[in-house]
Design a protein around this ligand. Structure first.
Ligand SMILES: [Ca+2]
Length: 125
């Protein structure tokens, strides 16, 4: 069930930004909601991708001013899943978001607690 619902979420997200990338459709141009540009992984202070956001193209061992603030997540990488961690330097529990996917809300025990994020070789969580 979990795998199925994840795939559905990807389709919904992709359909939602279809008009924004009209004429391309290539996976490399995928952009997560908000303003998470293609190639970036992002965290957002607000639920449903509300600003401010913090975006990186490589792993971030800390999130600076966005430490312990993330309430939604976006992954605009075309072939890499993103992993978001409770602690700086990739420690504690983690939340995974597959390539070209996004997470509009976080569980209550995960909200406003993410402190680092990494990009992984695999595409799906
Ligand atoms: Ca927040």
């Amino acid at each position: 069930m979990k795998t199925k619902s994840t795939r559905i979420a990807v389709l919904i997200v992709t359909a939602g930004i279809g008009s924004a990338i009209a004429g391309t459709g290539a996976p490399t141009t995928f952009a997560a909601p908000g303003s998470c540009a293609p190639g970036y992984i992002c965290v957002y202070d607000g639920a449903n991708y509300g600003p401010p956001q913090y975006s990186v193209t490589t792993a971030a061992y800390s999130l600076g001013s966005m430490n312990d603030k993330a309430s939604s997540l976006g992954n605009s990488r075309s072939v890499n899943r993103a992993r978001y961690y409770q602690d700086a330097n990739y420690g504690g529990w983690d939340v995974c978001v597959s390539a070209t996917d996004a997470m509009p809300t976080l569980a209550a025990d995960r909200n406003d607690r993410i402190s680092s994020m990494a990009i992984e070789v695999a595409r799906y969580c």
